[in-house]
Design a protein. Structure first.
Length: 380
Protein backbone atom coordinates (compact mmCIF):
# COMPACT_ATOMS: atom_id res chain seq x y z
CA UNK A 1 0.00 0.00 0.00
CA UNK A 2 1.55 3.29 -1.10
CA UNK A 3 1.59 6.47 1.01
CA UNK A 4 -1.51 7.96 -0.64
CA UNK A 5 -3.49 4.76 -0.05
CA UNK A 6 -2.26 4.54 3.53
CA UNK A 7 -3.27 8.14 4.21
CA UNK A 8 -6.73 7.55 2.75
CA UNK A 9 -7.06 4.29 4.69
CA UNK A 10 -6.19 5.82 8.06
CA UNK A 11 -8.39 8.85 7.39
CA UNK A 12 -11.34 6.60 6.57
CA UNK A 13 -10.58 4.41 9.59
CA UNK A 14 -10.40 7.35 11.99
CA UNK A 15 -13.63 8.92 10.72
CA UNK A 16 -15.49 5.61 10.69
CA UNK A 17 -14.28 4.53 14.13
CA UNK A 18 -14.80 7.92 15.79
CA UNK A 19 -18.38 8.19 14.55
CA UNK A 20 -19.07 4.53 15.38
CA UNK A 21 -17.60 4.83 18.88
CA UNK A 22 -19.59 8.00 19.61
CA UNK A 23 -22.76 6.19 18.58
CA UNK A 24 -21.74 3.05 20.51
CA UNK A 25 -20.88 4.92 23.72
CA UNK A 26 -24.04 7.00 23.51
CA UNK A 27 -26.14 3.87 23.04
CA UNK A 28 -24.31 2.08 25.86
CA UNK A 29 -24.81 5.02 28.21
CA UNK A 30 -28.52 5.25 27.37
CA UNK A 31 -28.95 1.48 27.75
CA UNK A 32 -27.05 1.51 31.07
CA UNK A 33 -29.24 4.27 32.52
CA UNK A 34 -32.36 2.46 31.35
CA UNK A 35 -31.22 -0.80 32.94
CA UNK A 36 -30.21 0.92 36.21
CA UNK A 37 -33.57 2.71 36.41
CA UNK A 38 -35.36 -0.57 35.80
CA UNK A 39 -33.23 -2.35 38.40
CA UNK A 40 -33.86 0.36 41.00
CA UNK A 41 -37.59 0.16 40.30
CA UNK A 42 -37.55 -3.62 40.74
CA UNK A 43 -35.56 -3.41 43.97
CA UNK A 44 -37.82 -0.65 45.27
CA UNK A 45 -40.89 -2.85 44.85
CA UNK A 46 -39.08 -5.76 46.48
CA UNK A 47 -38.11 -3.67 49.52
CA UNK A 48 -41.56 -2.06 49.57
CA UNK A 49 -43.13 -5.53 49.75
CA UNK A 50 -40.82 -6.37 52.64
CA UNK A 51 -41.77 -3.15 54.45
CA UNK A 52 -45.48 -3.83 53.88
CA UNK A 53 -45.02 -7.39 55.15
CA UNK A 54 -43.22 -6.11 58.28
CA UNK A 55 -45.90 -3.44 58.82
CA UNK A 56 -48.57 -6.12 58.68
CA UNK A 57 -46.63 -8.18 61.27
CA UNK A 58 -46.35 -5.14 63.56
CA UNK A 59 -50.10 -4.51 63.36
CA UNK A 60 -50.84 -8.22 63.87
CA UNK A 61 -48.52 -8.43 66.88
CA UNK A 62 -50.31 -5.57 68.65
CA UNK A 63 -53.78 -6.88 67.82
CA UNK A 64 -52.96 -10.44 68.90
CA UNK A 65 -50.88 -9.33 71.85
CA UNK A 66 -47.92 -11.43 70.72
CA UNK A 67 -44.22 -10.69 70.68
CA UNK A 68 -42.92 -9.14 67.44
CA UNK A 69 -40.37 -11.30 65.66
CA UNK A 70 -38.65 -9.91 62.55
CA UNK A 71 -37.70 -12.21 59.68
CA UNK A 72 -34.24 -12.15 58.19
CA UNK A 73 -33.80 -11.33 54.51
CA UNK A 74 -30.63 -11.93 52.40
CA UNK A 75 -28.37 -8.86 52.23
CA UNK A 76 -31.24 -6.85 53.73
CA UNK A 77 -31.82 -5.22 57.14
CA UNK A 78 -35.10 -4.06 58.69
CA UNK A 79 -35.26 -1.32 61.31
CA UNK A 80 -38.34 -0.13 63.15
CA UNK A 81 -38.33 3.47 64.41
CA UNK A 82 -40.66 5.43 66.71
CA UNK A 83 -41.88 8.97 66.25
CA UNK A 84 -38.62 10.34 67.62
CA UNK A 85 -36.73 8.39 64.98
CA UNK A 86 -35.17 6.13 67.53
CA UNK A 87 -34.45 2.54 66.52
CA UNK A 88 -36.75 0.21 68.53
CA UNK A 89 -36.37 -3.10 66.73
CA UNK A 90 -34.02 -4.63 64.16
CA UNK A 91 -30.97 -2.93 62.61
CA UNK A 92 -29.87 -0.69 59.76
CA UNK A 93 -26.79 -0.66 57.51
CA UNK A 94 -26.24 3.11 57.56
CA UNK A 95 -27.71 6.29 58.96
CA UNK A 96 -31.24 6.87 57.72
CA UNK A 97 -32.38 10.03 55.93
CA UNK A 98 -36.06 10.25 56.94
CA UNK A 99 -36.73 13.15 54.56
CA UNK A 100 -36.98 10.73 51.63
CA UNK A 101 -39.06 7.58 51.34
CA UNK A 102 -36.43 6.03 49.07
CA UNK A 103 -32.82 6.81 48.27
CA UNK A 104 -29.54 5.17 47.50
CA UNK A 105 -26.34 6.25 49.22
CA UNK A 106 -23.26 4.34 48.20
CA UNK A 107 -24.17 0.66 47.92
CA UNK A 108 -27.15 0.87 50.27
CA UNK A 109 -30.67 1.25 48.89
CA UNK A 110 -33.17 2.50 51.50
CA UNK A 111 -36.99 2.31 51.46
CA UNK A 112 -39.08 3.83 54.26
CA UNK A 113 -42.71 2.82 54.89
CA UNK A 114 -45.29 4.43 57.23
CA UNK A 115 -47.81 1.58 57.04
CA UNK A 116 -47.69 0.57 60.74
CA UNK A 117 -50.17 3.28 61.72
CA UNK A 118 -48.10 3.78 64.92
CA UNK A 119 -48.90 0.29 66.25
CA UNK A 120 -46.44 -0.83 68.93
CA UNK A 121 -45.31 2.80 68.88
CA UNK A 122 -43.66 2.15 65.52
CA UNK A 123 -44.02 4.97 62.99
CA UNK A 124 -41.40 4.04 60.36
CA UNK A 125 -40.28 0.78 58.85
CA UNK A 126 -36.84 1.17 57.27
CA UNK A 127 -35.65 -1.52 54.86
CA UNK A 128 -32.07 -1.34 53.54
CA UNK A 129 -30.35 -3.65 51.07
CA UNK A 130 -27.14 -3.94 49.00
CA UNK A 131 -28.72 -6.20 46.37
CA UNK A 132 -29.40 -3.24 44.10
CA UNK A 133 -25.72 -2.22 44.10
CA UNK A 134 -24.68 -5.78 43.24
CA UNK A 135 -27.18 -5.89 40.40
CA UNK A 136 -25.98 -2.51 39.07
CA UNK A 137 -22.40 -3.75 39.19
CA UNK A 138 -23.39 -6.83 37.18
CA UNK A 139 -25.15 -4.55 34.67
CA UNK A 140 -21.98 -2.47 34.37
CA UNK A 141 -19.83 -5.55 33.76
CA UNK A 142 -22.23 -6.95 31.17
CA UNK A 143 -22.56 -3.65 29.31
CA UNK A 144 -18.77 -3.14 29.42
CA UNK A 145 -18.22 -6.65 28.03
CA UNK A 146 -20.86 -6.24 25.32
CA UNK A 147 -19.54 -2.75 24.41
CA UNK A 148 -15.98 -4.09 24.19
CA UNK A 149 -17.04 -6.98 21.96
CA UNK A 150 -19.05 -4.64 19.72
CA UNK A 151 -16.12 -2.18 19.60
CA UNK A 152 -13.75 -4.96 18.51
CA UNK A 153 -16.28 -6.07 15.91
CA UNK A 154 -16.61 -2.46 14.68
CA UNK A 155 -12.81 -2.19 14.38
CA UNK A 156 -12.66 -5.41 12.35
CA UNK A 157 -15.53 -4.24 10.14
CA UNK A 158 -13.86 -0.85 9.70
CA UNK A 159 -10.57 -2.44 8.61
CA UNK A 160 -12.33 -4.82 6.20
CA UNK A 161 -14.56 -2.07 4.75
CA UNK A 162 -11.59 0.27 4.51
CA UNK A 163 -9.66 -2.23 2.45
CA UNK A 164 -12.69 -3.06 0.31
CA UNK A 165 -13.67 0.57 -0.34
CA UNK A 166 -10.11 1.74 -0.90
CA UNK A 167 -9.11 -1.17 -3.12
CA UNK A 168 -10.41 0.56 -6.31
CA UNK A 169 -8.48 3.70 -5.34
CA UNK A 170 -5.40 1.63 -4.56
CA UNK A 171 -5.71 -0.21 -7.87
CA UNK A 172 -6.25 3.05 -9.76
CA UNK A 173 -3.21 4.65 -8.13
CA UNK A 174 -1.18 1.56 -8.97
CA UNK A 175 -2.44 1.75 -12.55
CA UNK A 176 -1.44 5.38 -12.78
CA UNK A 177 2.00 4.64 -11.32
CA UNK A 178 2.48 1.80 -13.80
CA UNK A 179 1.15 4.04 -16.55
CA UNK A 180 3.71 6.73 -15.74
CA UNK A 181 6.49 4.15 -15.64
CA UNK A 182 5.39 2.57 -18.93
CA UNK A 183 4.94 5.95 -20.59
CA UNK A 184 8.40 6.99 -19.49
CA UNK A 185 9.77 3.75 -20.90
CA UNK A 186 7.85 4.17 -24.14
CA UNK A 187 9.07 7.73 -24.57
CA UNK A 188 12.63 6.73 -23.81
CA UNK A 189 13.01 4.55 -26.92
CA UNK A 190 12.08 7.09 -29.65
CA UNK A 191 13.76 9.98 -27.80
CA UNK A 192 16.98 8.00 -27.48
CA UNK A 193 16.79 7.08 -31.16
CA UNK A 194 16.26 10.72 -32.10
CA UNK A 195 19.18 11.86 -29.95
CA UNK A 196 21.48 9.22 -31.44
CA UNK A 197 20.40 10.07 -34.98
CA UNK A 198 20.86 13.81 -34.52
CA UNK A 199 24.21 13.19 -32.86
CA UNK A 200 25.28 11.05 -35.78
CA UNK A 201 24.20 13.77 -38.18
CA UNK A 202 26.33 16.28 -36.33
CA UNK A 203 29.34 13.96 -36.41
CA UNK A 204 29.26 12.85 -40.05
CA UNK A 205 27.60 16.06 -41.29
CA UNK A 206 25.55 14.12 -43.77
CA UNK A 207 22.21 12.36 -43.76
CA UNK A 208 21.95 8.76 -44.96
CA UNK A 209 18.81 6.75 -45.55
CA UNK A 210 19.04 4.76 -42.32
CA UNK A 211 19.36 7.88 -40.18
CA UNK A 212 16.36 9.48 -41.89
CA UNK A 213 14.39 6.29 -41.35
CA UNK A 214 15.26 6.19 -37.65
CA UNK A 215 14.27 9.82 -37.21
CA UNK A 216 11.01 9.24 -39.07
CA UNK A 217 10.11 6.13 -37.07
CA UNK A 218 10.97 7.78 -33.76
CA UNK A 219 8.96 10.87 -34.63
CA UNK A 220 5.94 8.75 -35.55
CA UNK A 221 6.25 6.76 -32.33
CA UNK A 222 6.25 9.98 -30.34
CA UNK A 223 3.25 11.21 -32.28
CA UNK A 224 1.37 7.95 -31.66
CA UNK A 225 2.05 8.19 -27.93
CA UNK A 226 0.91 11.81 -27.96
CA UNK A 227 -2.26 10.92 -29.89
CA UNK A 228 -3.16 8.12 -27.48
CA UNK A 229 -2.56 10.27 -24.42
CA UNK A 230 -4.55 13.13 -25.88
CA UNK A 231 -7.46 10.85 -26.73
CA UNK A 232 -7.76 9.29 -23.27
CA UNK A 233 -7.20 12.52 -21.35
CA UNK A 234 -9.12 15.10 -23.37
CA UNK A 235 -12.68 15.07 -24.61
CA UNK A 236 -11.98 15.88 -28.23
CA UNK A 237 -15.09 17.13 -29.99
CA UNK A 238 -15.22 16.39 -33.72
CA UNK A 239 -18.20 16.08 -36.03
CA UNK A 240 -18.91 12.79 -37.77
CA UNK A 241 -18.44 12.74 -41.52
CA UNK A 242 -19.00 10.40 -44.42
CA UNK A 243 -15.47 9.15 -45.03
CA UNK A 244 -13.92 6.56 -47.28
CA UNK A 245 -12.59 4.14 -44.72
CA UNK A 246 -10.54 2.26 -47.33
CA UNK A 247 -8.52 5.41 -47.98
CA UNK A 248 -7.91 5.89 -44.25
CA UNK A 249 -6.58 2.33 -44.02
CA UNK A 250 -4.26 2.84 -46.98
CA UNK A 251 -2.90 6.02 -45.39
CA UNK A 252 -2.34 4.14 -42.13
CA UNK A 253 -0.42 1.36 -43.88
CA UNK A 254 1.74 3.96 -45.59
CA UNK A 255 2.28 5.67 -42.26
CA UNK A 256 3.58 2.45 -40.67
CA UNK A 257 5.53 1.34 -43.74
CA UNK A 258 8.93 2.22 -42.28
CA UNK A 259 8.22 0.33 -39.08
CA UNK A 260 7.07 -2.67 -41.11
CA UNK A 261 10.29 -2.58 -43.11
CA UNK A 262 12.40 -2.27 -39.98
CA UNK A 263 10.95 -5.51 -38.58
CA UNK A 264 10.88 -7.06 -42.06
CA UNK A 265 7.13 -7.69 -41.82
CA UNK A 266 5.21 -8.18 -45.01
CA UNK A 267 1.69 -6.75 -45.17
CA UNK A 268 -1.09 -7.88 -47.50
CA UNK A 269 -3.86 -5.33 -47.96
CA UNK A 270 -7.16 -6.15 -49.62
CA UNK A 271 -9.79 -3.41 -49.60
CA UNK A 272 -13.10 -2.72 -51.23
CA UNK A 273 -14.77 0.69 -51.29
CA UNK A 274 -16.23 1.31 -47.83
CA UNK A 275 -17.93 4.50 -46.67
CA UNK A 276 -18.80 4.96 -43.00
CA UNK A 277 -20.02 7.81 -40.81
CA UNK A 278 -17.38 8.57 -38.19
CA UNK A 279 -15.14 11.37 -36.97
CA UNK A 280 -11.95 11.29 -39.10
CA UNK A 281 -9.63 11.34 -36.08
CA UNK A 282 -11.45 8.39 -34.52
CA UNK A 283 -11.27 6.44 -37.77
CA UNK A 284 -7.50 6.97 -37.84
CA UNK A 285 -7.18 6.05 -34.16
CA UNK A 286 -9.14 2.86 -34.80
CA UNK A 287 -6.98 1.51 -37.62
CA UNK A 288 -3.72 2.96 -36.27
CA UNK A 289 -4.10 1.21 -32.92
CA UNK A 290 -5.08 -2.07 -34.58
CA UNK A 291 -2.13 -1.98 -36.96
CA UNK A 292 0.28 -0.69 -34.32
CA UNK A 293 -0.59 -3.59 -32.00
CA UNK A 294 -0.19 -6.11 -34.80
CA UNK A 295 3.24 -4.75 -35.70
CA UNK A 296 4.32 -4.45 -32.09
CA UNK A 297 3.44 -8.04 -31.18
CA UNK A 298 4.47 -9.66 -34.48
CA UNK A 299 7.69 -11.56 -34.84
CA UNK A 300 10.25 -10.25 -37.34
CA UNK A 301 9.93 -11.78 -40.80
CA UNK A 302 6.23 -12.54 -40.28
CA UNK A 303 3.07 -11.50 -42.13
CA UNK A 304 0.10 -9.21 -41.45
CA UNK A 305 -3.09 -9.37 -43.47
CA UNK A 306 -5.69 -6.59 -43.65
CA UNK A 307 -8.97 -6.95 -45.47
CA UNK A 308 -11.91 -4.56 -45.69
CA UNK A 309 -15.34 -4.62 -47.24
CA UNK A 310 -18.58 -2.83 -46.53
CA UNK A 311 -19.40 -5.14 -43.62
CA UNK A 312 -16.19 -5.73 -41.72
CA UNK A 313 -12.53 -4.97 -41.18
CA UNK A 314 -10.12 -7.83 -40.45
CA UNK A 315 -6.55 -7.44 -39.16
CA UNK A 316 -4.66 -10.72 -38.76
CA UNK A 317 -1.06 -11.25 -37.71
CA UNK A 318 1.34 -14.10 -36.97
CA UNK A 319 2.49 -12.71 -33.63
CA UNK A 320 2.81 -13.97 -30.09
CA UNK A 321 -0.96 -14.25 -29.52
CA UNK A 322 -2.98 -13.76 -26.34
CA UNK A 323 -3.74 -16.32 -23.67
CA UNK A 324 -7.41 -17.33 -23.48
CA UNK A 325 -7.84 -16.31 -19.83
CA UNK A 326 -6.59 -12.78 -20.61
CA UNK A 327 -8.86 -12.07 -23.57
CA UNK A 328 -11.77 -10.90 -21.40
CA UNK A 329 -9.68 -8.16 -19.77
CA UNK A 330 -7.68 -6.80 -22.69
CA UNK A 331 -10.05 -3.87 -23.29
CA UNK A 332 -9.54 -2.48 -19.78
CA UNK A 333 -7.45 0.68 -19.73
CA UNK A 334 -3.81 0.21 -18.68
CA UNK A 335 -4.19 -3.56 -18.98
CA UNK A 336 -1.44 -5.37 -20.88
CA UNK A 337 -1.75 -9.01 -21.84
CA UNK A 338 2.05 -9.37 -21.75
CA UNK A 339 5.27 -7.39 -21.63
CA UNK A 340 6.63 -8.61 -24.96
CA UNK A 341 6.93 -5.20 -26.61
CA UNK A 342 6.26 -2.57 -23.98
CA UNK A 343 3.30 -0.25 -24.31
CA UNK A 344 1.06 1.13 -21.59
CA UNK A 345 -2.22 -0.65 -22.25
CA UNK A 346 -4.43 2.01 -23.82
CA UNK A 347 -4.60 0.96 -27.49
CA UNK A 348 -7.34 -1.65 -27.17
CA UNK A 349 -9.16 0.52 -24.64
CA UNK A 350 -9.34 3.30 -27.24
CA UNK A 351 -10.52 0.82 -29.87
CA UNK A 352 -13.22 -0.47 -27.51
CA UNK A 353 -14.40 3.07 -26.73
CA UNK A 354 -14.74 3.96 -30.42
CA UNK A 355 -16.50 0.69 -31.23
CA UNK A 356 -19.06 1.19 -28.47
CA UNK A 357 -19.64 4.80 -29.50
CA UNK A 358 -20.57 3.80 -33.07
CA UNK A 359 -22.29 0.53 -32.16
CA UNK A 360 -19.75 -1.60 -33.98
CA UNK A 361 -18.92 -5.14 -32.88
CA UNK A 362 -15.46 -6.57 -32.28
CA UNK A 363 -14.30 -10.18 -32.19
CA UNK A 364 -10.79 -11.26 -31.26
CA UNK A 365 -9.55 -14.78 -31.95
CA UNK A 366 -6.08 -15.53 -30.70
CA UNK A 367 -3.75 -18.46 -30.13
CA UNK A 368 -0.46 -18.22 -28.29
CA UNK A 369 2.54 -18.30 -30.66
CA UNK A 370 0.19 -18.58 -33.63
CA UNK A 371 -1.27 -15.12 -33.99
CA UNK A 372 -4.27 -12.88 -33.47
CA UNK A 373 -7.23 -12.17 -35.71
CA UNK A 374 -9.29 -9.06 -34.97
CA UNK A 375 -12.60 -8.57 -36.75
CA UNK A 376 -14.61 -5.36 -36.50
CA UNK A 377 -18.16 -5.55 -37.82
CA UNK A 378 -19.04 -2.13 -39.19
CA UNK A 379 -22.71 -2.92 -39.86
CA UNK A 380 -23.71 -5.42 -37.17
Amino acid sequence: MNSASQKSFWLFLSLYLSSSFVLLLTSSYWFYNAQVSMQKANDYYKLKNISDEVSAEVIMAQMMGTKLSLKKYPNTTVGLFNKNKDLKYGSVMQKVDFTKDKNMIGDVFTVISHGTANHLNISDVVVQSTECAKSIKEIQEKIFLITTIIAMFVIIIAVVLGKIFLKPIKDKIQELEDFVKDTTHELNTPITALMMSTSRLKDVKECNKKTIQNISISTKQLYDIYSSLSYINFDIKEKDEFIKFDNIIKESVEYFNELLNKKNISLTLTTKPCTITIAPTKAKMLINNLLSNSIKYSHPNSNITISLDEQKLIVEDEGIGIEKDKLKNIFKRFTRANSYAGGFGVGLSIIDTIIKEYNYKIQIDSNVNVGTKTTIYLNP
